[in-house]
Design a binder for this molecule. Structure first.
Ligand SMILES: NC(=O)c1ccc[n+]([C@@H]2O[C@H](COP(=O)([O-])OP(=O)(O)OC[C@H]3O[C@@H](n4cnc5c(N)ncnc54)[C@H](O)[C@@H]3O)[C@@H](O)[C@H]2O)c1
Length: 337
């Protein structure tokens, strides 16, 4: 089957899919799903945060290319790979609030450069593109579930360079659809968690798990009452596939996240309980960790009714299971190190 002239993508044995960032946490879960559907897959990942060990490297339907999307020296290769693909998932991105806050220039330019390279190749070859943006575009958060109609909010504090760059690429991706008729999808993930997420990126759940397993303090910022909702990575990967098969969702931003709101202080307690350790929980002001210019986020919980209504998607795994799977993964990694 040649998907190229079609509006929609079927994920099956004849489909060739390009996944940027495919050696990362979410990308590798997506690759697992695509291979289980007998798609052939090409991953491009610069291994800045991904690991080859996340992928079935010797699978006959998987090709892995290791370079930075956005590096001009590889733009021709990106062009060729997009041209060969029936569908493109662009997940490659620097991640983590800590990195965004401390290395604004590299993070902002990295998102823009890779976004422009992929968008340009998809424009040229008219390929369907799903782009993972971020809930960071909603800024400091709301005291109610956030819908896609909520405004994108950033200012010039360093943390928001990531969000502003994600939002700028959203415009390019939306423009491909609304101005040029190329099918595209924009997903705004909230907190995703589970196996293969690395604590080095500073994301809260693996950081807590890592501390708990070492018997070190779990550091909760500010009053610990800020709420988040965690989505298991396997549910997230299913969600990405379902979004890209929905006609109604083309060109529109779609929230992807969990629905069980949990306060971060309670998350720390759940991790200690589940890991069965006696690690202490300590509270610290976030500006003592990041400095005065840090932009604090309060509640950030998604309203995912658009995704559920349009595709039937639901998260199948609870927060407890997500925590347990995260502990299991980090425990196994530590045992093997
Ligand atoms: N994990 C979350 O909770 C979360 C929340 C919001 C948005 N997102 C978005 O979802 C996507 C996947 O995130 P993740 O958690 O899997 O992160 P990740 O760091 O595990 O995966 C990203 C991958 O991209 C690679 N990469 C980075 N820049 C690259 C480049 N220019 N060229 C090639 N490879 C590059 C990294 O090596 C890594 O393997 C990202 O776009 C991220 O911004 C994630």
């Amino acid at each position: 089957m040649d998907n190229h002239s079609q509006d929609m993508v079927e994920f099956g044995p004849q489909t060739h899919v390009l996944v940027t960032g495919g050696a990362g946490f979410v990308g590798s879960a997506l690759v697992d799903l695509l291979i289980a559907r007998n798609c052939s897959v090409t991953v491009i990942d610069d291994l800045s945060n991904g690991l080859l060990s996340n992928l079935p490297t010797d699978h006959p339907h998987l090709t892995i290319l290791t370079f930075r999307v956005g590096d001009p020296a590889f733009n021709a290769t990106v062009h060729d790979e997009v041209g060969r693909a029936d569908a493109v998932f662009h997940l490659a991105s620097p991640i983590g609030v800590e990195l965004a806050h401390k290395e604004r220039f590299a993070v902002t330019s990295g998102i823009l450069e890779s976004g422009c390279a992929i968008v340009e190749a998809c424009r040229f070859h008219r390929r369907p593109l799903l782009y993972t943006s971020s809930s960071e575009v909603y800024g400091s958060g709301r005291d109610r579930p956030i819908t896609e109609a909520d405004p994108v909010m950033t200012d010039l504090r360093p943390r928001w360079g990531y969000a502003a760059a994600k939002a700028a690429v959203e415009h390019l991706v939306a423009g491909l659809f609304f101005d040029l008729g190329i099918p595209t999808w924009i997903v705004r993930p909230f907190n995703m968690a589970g196996p293969r997420q690395r604590s080095a990126t500073g994301l809260v759940l693996p950081v807590f798990v890592n501390a708990a397993l070492r018997g070190e303090p779990l550091v909760v910022h500010d009053d610990g009452e800020q709420r988040r909702a965690f989505l298991h990575v396997a549910d997230a990967a299913e969600g990405l596939l379902m979004v890209m098969q929905s006609r109604c969702l083309r060109g529109r931003p779609v929230n992807l996240g969990g629905s069980e709101a949990v306060q971060i202080g309670n998350l720390a307690k759940m991790v200690v309980e589940t890991a069965k350790t006696s690690a202490p929980i300590v509270m610290k002001p976030s500006n003592a960790v990041y400095g005065e210019r840090f932009a604090v986020t309060y509640d950030r919980v998604p309203d995912t009714s658009l995704l559920t209504t349009m595709t039937g998607w639901r998260a199948l795994r609870s927060t407890r299971q997500t925590i347990a799977d995260c502990i299991e993964y980090i425990r196994t990694e530590r045992a093997m190190a």
